[in-house]
Design a protein around this ligand. Structure first.
Ligand code: HSE
Length: 418
């Protein structure tokens, strides 16, 4: 029997306790021994639970219990989660976490401490919830040079965009439905402003390319300014809008990383990933494109990934597991504006020959896009492909035309697929 502790009895932490109780026999068989939850740290008391006596408000009760060999951190947020996880590793306890904010901020440091102390620090649930992605990326695809990862990494925004695309809902309507169904928090900013997706692409990029990518280094746009008109324009282009986190390795060993709404071609492997589902595409030199799809959030799907990590750590108490990356470096993350881009631009202007002449002069050949009932004074077109910084310079050069919206197209190998 091995004793473990759970830090945080919220949605995921309570799911972990539930899965460990409900599937105890099967889990013990897989782990090679039974797993006993010895302590649960939470500021709240849960007197009605059958395991109410396990709760403590004192972190020391976990840290100082030498029998507890594995600690599950499901508190979320940076502090005190970071301090607790670090203290546990320094005290010789392996850790499993679902906390993407923690791993994206300090994964390199915590992995190094785990390595120095011959312990394990696993965090499968931090990306894609219940979808197995970090292990497959690290192990099953190990024979590949992975040069790109792109994913729909946030279930809440994907749910909202799906409602906007398939049920003509407004942004506000989709958000209030997501809140009503419990997908979006009352303060939904981490989801709708793209920070959650940013943390996840940072973890994926760090693991895939070997050096820590910090969230502050990643240009991040959310979906707060996506309107029903944008959705209709995307459809007129032959695509759908998705919030995409993308990381690409450059030929000289740097990385370009971006989180933004993009227009995906309707036949792209990620375009049909709808509702609260996540989808992650990994591109390797030998395997080609591999896509992982599943429930990216929720109590039991996320707990399923956490408990699998616990089983893995129980089986490897005496041996360190894989999963490692080094510290980041100044200049390692390149300016995303160096990457080739192609945009759907929407301008407000006098719709006369002058506007078309100016568009032709600035961009050369463009593909004009129109939707029924567009305002009289609106033109929309798809630009040619060029580095994004050049594209924005050209947009700034327009006179007498006001930019309403620019939306990136999802390019594959720098080429538009629509
Ligand atoms: N808020 C996140 C999402 C939860 O909607 O995907 C899982 O990280």
């Amino acid at each position: 029997m091995i004793a473990i502790a759970i830090l945080g009895h919220g949605v995921v932490g309570s799911g972990v306790a539930e899965v460990l109780r409900n599937n105890a026999e099967g889990i013990a068989a897989k782990a090679g021994q039974s797993i006993e939850v010895r302590r649960i740290l939470d500021l709240r008391a849960f007197p009605d639970l059958p395991y109410a006596d396990l709760f403590t408000t004192r972190f020391e009760d976990v840290l100082e219990d030498a029998d507890i060999r594995i600690v599950v951190e499901t508190m979320g947020g940076l502090h005190p989660a970071y301090d607790y996880v670090k203290a546990c590793l320094l005290a010789g306890k392996s850790v499993v976490t679902s906390n993407k904010e923690l791993v994206a901020a300090a994964g390199d440091e915590l992995l190094a401490i785990a390595r120095e102390n011959n312990l394990n620090f696993l965090f499968e649930a931090s990306v894609g919830g219940g979808i197995p992605i970090l292990r497959p990326l690290d192990q099953c695809l190990a024979a590949n040079e992975v040069f790109e990862i792109a994913g729909i990494l946030n279930g809440t925004t994907n749910f909202m965009l799906s409602k906007m695309i398939h049920e003509n809902m407004s942004f506000e309507g989709a958000l209030s439905l997501a809140q009503k169904l419990g997908y979006a928090e009352r303060d939904p900013s981490a989801d709708i402003e793209g920070h959650d997706a940013c943390r996840k692409i940072c973890i994926l990029a760090s693991l895939a390319f070997g050096k820590h990518v910090h969230p502050e280094e990643v240009h991040t746009e959310g979906i707060t300014n996506i309107s029903s008109e944008d959705v209709r324009y995307a459809a007129a282009c032959g695509g759908v809008i998705k919030l995409v986190g993308r990381a690409t390795q450059t030929e000289d060993g740097h990385v370009i990383c971006l989180v933004a709404p993009m227009i995906l071609p309707a036949d792209n492997l990620l375009a049909d990933v709808d509702d609260v589902f996540n989808g992650i595409m990994v591109r390797g030199d030998n395997v080609g494109d591999v896509v992982f799809v599943g429930r990216g959030a929720g109590k039991l799907p996320t707990a399923s990934a956490v408990v699998a990590d616990v089983i893995d750590e129980v089986k490897h108490l005496q041996a360190r597991k894989y999963l490692f990356w080094g510290a980041g470096e100044e200049g390692y993350v390149r300016d995303y504006r160096l990457a080739p881009a192609k945009m759907l631009l929407r301008f407000s202007c006098q719709k006369d020959a002058g506007a078309l002449v100016q568009i032709g002069r600035v961009f050369g050949d463009v593909r004009m896009i129109s939707i029924p009932d567009a305002p009289e004074d609106e033109v929309a077109f798809i630009t040619p492909c060029m580095p994004e910084y050049l594209l924005t310079e050209k947009i700034d050069a327009f006179t007498g035309m006001t930019l309403i919206k620019s939306l990136r197209l999802f390019l594959v190998d720098g080429i538009e697929q629509m």
